[in-house]
Design a binder for this molecule. Structure first.
Ligand SMILES: Nc1ncnc2c1ncn2[C@@H]1O[C@H](COP(=O)(O)OP(=O)(O)OP(=O)(O)O)[C@@H](O)[C@H]1O
Length: 896
C-alpha cells in the first residue's frame, strides 16, 4: 500500500503543478458556470461517439493509417474524417489548432490512467475539481500531437525512459496552453483583435499611468498565466523518475493468470493479439474489441488492462505455445506474434545499484544525524570530543578545602587558579604562565580531585576527558576529537581541560616503533594533534591543560617539554599527617562519637600506604559495618574491622580447616609473631589471626611498619628473618613442612635480590646497580656476575634463615604458648602478646606507642597529635615504599 502511495505521489507532483495552475486560472469555474447549451450537447454527443468508437489504435495493424500513426496525417489539426483514424467524429468537433489532435477512447483512457488515477491520493484542487475534470476537458480541447504519439507508444509497449520524460513535458505543456487559452477566453477584452505588439503597447501605457496622489495606478492588464514561474526543471526531473518507476515497476492494471486459464479462456477463443516476453514474465495483449464483446463485464474489457503469466524458461514457453497452437489448430500463418523485450532499464539499474545506493544513503543520513550534524562530529559523531563539560553552577563544587594531605601540590596548582582569575597580575610583569601541568602519582591519590578543585576554585568551565576516550577503531578519530575538544575550549575561555590517564595516548612514540610493535599510527596522530593544539594557543588565551597519569615515565618527551606541560606535579601516597587530614575530611561526613583528632591519628597510623581513595573507602566501609550491626554511631572497632577488610579481604567463615591444618597455621603464624616480637628491627606486631581472609590467606600476622623512607641493612635482615619465621616454626614443630610458605619465600628472595643488585649491600659485588629488566633476553652482565649475584642472594637468605632458626629454637616454648592460645582464641592482639610474653624488649616507634601503647586508647590532654615528619634528607625514593600493614600469610590454595 505504501509503495502504491509513493508511486502516485511521485507522479502526482507534476500533475499537481499542472492542475494547480489549471484550477487557479479560473478555467474550471467559468467552464461549468458559463458553458452554453451547445457545449454540453457536444459533450453528450462525444460520449455517444466514444462508446461506438471503431478505430482503436490497438486494433490489428492491418489498418494502414494506424501503422503510421506518428507521422502527420490528413486528420491532424482538424476534425478527423469519418473513415479516418484517431477515433474522432466528423462534423461534431471544432477544428483544432495546428499540431493538435483529438484522442481516441483508448488513448484518452491511458492518459487518464496515468494522470488521473494517481491524483486520487491528492487533495482537491482549485474550486474542488480534480484531475478527472482536466481529463474531461482534454476530450474537447484535444492534445498536442506529440502527446498522442507518446500515448500510442505506451499502449503498444514501446515506451522508453526518454519517452517518459517527453510525456511529462507534454502534459505540462498541455496544461500551460490550456490555462493560457482559458485566460484569453475569460478576458476577451485583452486579447480580442489585438496583435501581440498592440497588447504590449497597451500594457506599457497602463504601467506608466500614475494617479494624482503619486501612487501607481493598478495596471489594467490581463491575469497572468498561472503556470508562469513554474519550476519546470525541478518538476520534470523529479516527476520523470517517479513516473518512469511507476510505468516500469507498476505497470498499472494487470493480473496474473495461469497458462491453463490463458489457453482455455483466451487462446482457444482467438482473443490473444500478441504476447510480450519481458524477463520471465509474459504480458498478454488481448484484442480489446473482441474481448469486450465476449466478456463485457470482465476486467479484461477495460482499456489498458493486461494479463500476465510467469515462465520458467523461454524455450519451455515457446514449446508450450507451439503445442497449444497446434492442438487448437491455429494455422502457422496466424500464429500469435511473440515479441521479446529486455527487462526494464530502470529495474535493471535498481537491481544493480540499489543496494549500494541504499547503503550510501544510509551512511549519509547517519552522518548528518550524528551529534552536531556533521562538521567535527563527522560520521556518526565519532570525531566529536566526548569531554564532559562542567561549570561551577552545574557540577564542579569541589574546593581546595576538600582536598586534604597534598599541600605542596595544592600550592603549585593554585598558581593556575590565580592566573585564570587575575591574568593581568602576571602579564604586567611579562611572565608567561605555564600552559599545563601533569599530575602524576599512584592510583587514587587525588589527581582528578585536585584538577576538579582547581576548576571549582577558579570558577571557570572545566572539560574533563579520559585519554582512552580519544581512542576509537577508526583512524583519525582521535585527532579529530582533540581538535574538537580544543575548539570547544577556545570558545569558552578561560577554562580548564583535564585529560585523565593521558598515558593512553601520550606514550613515547619511540616505544611503539620497535620491531615487535604493531601499527600505532592512530595513537601517534592523536598525540601529535595534542602537541599541535598546545602549541597553537598562546599564553594569553587562558586555557589551562591539566593531565593525570599513573605512568609519567612512559610519556613522550615532547609532551613534557616546557611550553606544553611545563609543570610536573607529583602526587604521592599521603604521609601519616596527610592520611590524618584526609581521614578528618571523611570523618566529618559520618556519624561517630569518637574524638576525631585521636581517631584520625590512630586510623592514619593503621593505614600506611593508603591513598586518598582507600581512606574514603575505609570510612565508608566502617559506616556499613556499623549499620550492619545496628549501631547508632561508628566506633573504633568498626573502623578497625573496615581496615582489616580493605587490606585482607572478607573473613571467610565458611572455610573450615581440619584440626591438623589449623594447628599448622597457628604454629606458622606464631613463628612470625615471635620473630616480630624479639627481633630488634622488626616492625611492631599488631595482631595475629588464624581466621581465613580474602583470597587464600589462612592466617595472618599484622605489623605496623609505619611510613618508612629509608631502611638499613639490619632492618632488611630482620624483616627477612621474620618472614621466614613461619616455615622455620613448621620445621621445628612438625615432622614435615607444608606448601604454605611459598609467598614468604618470594618476598625474601625479592628483598635479597634487591639488596645485591640495586642497593649495593653485597661486599662481593660492590656498589653496582644491575637493572633487572624481565623483557631483556640477554642479561646486561657477565655470566660470572650472574653467578656471583645468585651466590650472594643465597648467602643473605641463609644468614636470615640462620638468624631466625636460632631465635625460634631458643624461643620454642614461647612459640608453643602463642600457637596454643591462637588455636583457642583465633585472634591475638598486642595486649595478649604482652600478657603471654611480657613487654617487648625493645622500644617501639613514638607514633606507635602513642596510638597503640598500653594507655593509648585515651588521648592525653593537650598532646600534640601529629607525629614528627619522617626524616627526608632529599635522597632518592624509599627502598621499599610504605605498605599497608604486612600480612605474613599462609597461602591457602595449597592446603585445599
Ligand atoms: N587528597 C584527597 N583528599 C580527599 N579525598 C581524596 C584525596 N585523594 C583521593 N581522594 C578520594 O579518592 C577518590 C579518587 O580520587 P581521584 O579520582 O582524584 O584519584 P586519581 O589520582 O585521579 O586516581 P586515578 O589515577 O586512578 O585516576 C576521590 O573521589 C576522593 O574521594
Amino acid at each position: 500500500m505504501s509503495s502504491f502511495i509513493r508511486r502516485s505521489t511521485g507522479l502526482a507532483r507534476i500533475t499537481k503543478s499542472s492542475l494547480n495552475a489549471y484550477a487557479r486560472s479560473g478555467l474550471r469555474a467559468t467552464r461549468f458556470s458559463q458553458s452554453s447549451p451547445p457545449v454540453w450537447a457536444a459533450r453528450h454527443q462525444q460520449l455517444r461517439y466514444y462508446s461506438s468508437d471503431q478505430n482503436d489504435p490497438k486494433k490489428p495493424s492491418d489498418k494502414p493509417e494506424q501503422k503510421n500513426a506518428s507521422s502527420p496525417g490528413p486528420t491532424e489539426g482538424k476534425a478527423p474524417e469519418p473513415s479516418g483514424g484517431d477515433g474522432a467524429q466528423p462534423n461534431e468537433r471544432p477544428p483544432l489548432p495546428e499540431g493538435w489532435v483529438y484522442l481516441s477512447e483508448s488513448e484518452h483512457a491511458e492518459l487518464r490512467k496515468v494522470a488521473v488515477d494517481s491524483s486520487k491520493w491528492l487533495p482537491k484542487y482549485g474550486d474542488g475539481k480534480d484531475a478527472k475534470d482536466l481529463m474531461d476537458d482534454i476530450k474537447e480541447t484535444g492534445v498536442p500531437k506529440e502527446l498522442r504519439d507518446l500515448l500510442r507508444k505506451k499502449l503498444d509497449g514501446s515506451f522508453s525512459l526518454r519517452d517518459a520524460g517527453t510525456f511529462l513535458k507534454s502534459i505540462n505543456s498541455l496544461s500551460n496552453q490550456l490555462a493560457q487559452r482559458m485566460v484569453e477566453k475569460n478576458h476577451p477584452e485583452f486579447f480580442k483583435d489585438k496583435s501581440p505588439d498592440q497588447k504590449q503597447g497597451k500594457q506599457s501605457q497602463d504601467e506608466n499611468k500614475s494617479t494624482a496622489d503619486g501612487k501607481k495606478a493598478r495596471p489594467n492588464q490581463p491575469p497572468e498565466n498561472p503556470l508562469k514561474g513554474n519550476d519546470w526543471i525541478t518538476t520534470i526531473i523529479g516527476s520523470l523518475v517517479a513516473y518512469y518507476l511507476y510505468n516500469s515497476m507498476f505497470s498499472g492494471d494487470s493480473r496474473e493468470i495461469t497458462w491453463q486459464e490463458l489457453r482455455k479462456n483466451f487462446l482457444a477463443k482467438g482473443l490473444v493479439e500478441r504476447l510480450v516476453v519481458t524477463g520471465n514474465q509474459v504480458r498478454v495483449d488481448l484484442n480489446q474489441e473482441a474481448t469486450r464483446s465476449m466478456y463485457p463485464d470482465s476486467a479484461a474489457a477495460r482499456p489498458g488492462f493486461n494479463y500476465y503469466f510467469s515462465i520458467g524458461s523461454i524455450d519451455a514457453f515457446e514449446r508450450h505455445l507451439d503445442e497449444a497452437q497446434q492442438e487448437l489448430g491455429i494455422p502457422p500463418t496466424e500464429r500469435i506474434p511473440v515479441s521479446y523485450q529486455g527487462a526494464s532499464q530502470m529495474a535493471n539499474l535498481l537491481t544493480a545499484f540499489g543496494p549500494t545506493l541504499l547503503i550510501v544513503g544510509l551512511i549519509y543520513w547517519a552522518s548528518r544525524r550524528g551529534p552536531g550534524g556533521g562538521g567535527a562530529g563527522g560520521m556518526f559523531g565519532f570525531g566529536k570530543s566526548k569531554a564532559k563539560r562542567f561549570n561551577h553552577e552545574s557540577a564542579v563544587k569541589v574546593k581546595f578545602s576538600d582536598v586534604a594531605g597534598m599541600d605542596e601540590a595544592k600550592q603549585e596548582i593554585m598558581e593556575f587558579v590565580s592566573f585564570l582569575q587575575k591574568p593581568e597580575r602576571f602579564q604586567r610583569l611579562g611572565a608567561k604562565i605555564p600552559r599545563g601541568a601533569i599530575l602524576s602519582g599512584p592510583p587514587g591519590t587525588g589527581k582528578t580531585l585536585l584538577a576538579k578543585a582547581t576548576a571549582g576554585e577558579s570558577g571557570v568551565p572545566f572539560f574533563s576527558v579520559s585519554g582512552s576516550e580519544f581512542v576509537e577503531m577508526f583512524v583519525g578519530v582521535g585527532a579529530s576529537r582533540v581538535r574538537d575538544l580544543f575548539a570547544n575550549a577556545r570558545k569558552n575561555t578561560p577554562c580548564i581541560i583535564f585529560i585523565d590517564e593521558i598515558d593512553a595516548i601520550g606514550r613515547s612514540r619511540s616505544e611503539g616503533s620497535g620491531r615487535f610493535s604493531g601499527g600505532n599510527d592512530e595513537r601517534e596522530a592523536t598525540l601529535n594533534q595534542i602537541l599541535t593544539e598546545m602549541d597553537g594557543f598562546n599564553t594569553t588565551e587562558q586555557i589551562v591543560v591539566l593531565a593525570g597519569t599513573n605512568r609519567p615515565d612512559v610519556l613522550d618527551k615532547a609532551l613534557m617539554r616546557p611550553g606544553r606541560f611545563d609543570r610536573h606535579i607529583n602526587i604521592d601516597r599521603p604521609t601519616m599527617k596527610g592520611r590524618q587530614d584526609i581521614f578528618k575530611v571523611y570523618l566529618k561526613k559520618v556519624v561517630t562519637n569518637e574524638e576525631i583528632e585521636h581517631l584520625s591519628g590512630r586510623l592514619s597510623a593503621l593505614t600506611p600506604g593508603f591513598a586518598g581513595a582507600d581512606i574514603a573507602n575505609c570510612v565508608n566501609e566502617a559506616a556499613l559495618v556499623a549499620a550492619r550491626s545496628n549501631a547508632t554511631s561508628i566506633t573504633m572497632k568498626h573502623f578497625e574491622q573496615a581496615i582489616e577488610r580493605v587490606i585482607g579481604g572478607l573473613e571467610r567463615k565458611s572455610l573450615v580447616l581440619s584440626p591438623e591444618e589449623k594447628r599448622t597455621v597457628a604454629y606458622h603464624e606464631a613463628g612470625h609473631a615471635i620473630c616480630g616480637w624479639f627481633f630488634r628491627w622488626a616492625d611492631p606486631l599488631l595482631k595475629v589471626s588464624i581466621i581465613p581472609r580474602g583470597q587464600g590467606a589462612l592466617g595472618y600476622a599484622q605489623y605496623l611498619p609505619g611510613d618508612v623512607y629509608l631502611m638499613t641493612e639490619r632492618q632488611l635482615l630482620d624483616r627477612m628473618a621474620m618472614t621466614l619465621g613461619g616455615r622455620i616454626s613448621e620445621e621445628l614443630h612438625f615432622p614435615t613442612v607444608t606448601t604454605g610458605a611459598s609467598d614468604d619465600f618470594k618476598k625474601v628472595t625479592q628483598m635479597a635480590t634487591a639488596m645485591v643488585t640495586q642497593w649495593g649491600m653485597s661486599d662481593k659485588l660492590g656498589p653496582l646497580h644491575f637493572k633487572n629488566d624481565e623483557n631483556q633476553i640477554v642479561k646486561p652482565f657477565a655470566e660470572s656476575t650472574a653467578q656471583t649475584i645468585d651466590a650472594e642472594v643465597r648467602r643473605i637468605i641463609d644468614e636470615a634463615y640462620k638468624q631466625c632458626k636460632d631465635l625460634l629454637i631458643e624461643k620454642k616454648k614461647e612459640v608453643g604458648i602463642v600457637a596454643e592460645e591462637l588455636l583457642s582464641k583465633e585472634v591475638l592482639t598486642r595486649d595478649d602478646m604482652v600478657r603471654l610474653l611480657g613487654k617487648r624488649p625493645f622500644d617501639d616507634r613514638e607514633e606507635f606507642n602513642k596510638y597503640f601503647g598500653v594507655d593509648a586508647d585515651k588521648p592525653k590532654p593537650g598532646q600534640e597529635s601529629v607525629p614528627p615528619s619522617p626524616p627526608n634528607d632529599g635522597l632518592d625514593q624509599p627502598p621499599i615504599p610504605p605498605q599497608p600493614a604486612i600480612f605474613e600469610q599462609v597461602k591457602g590454595d595449597q592446603f585445599r
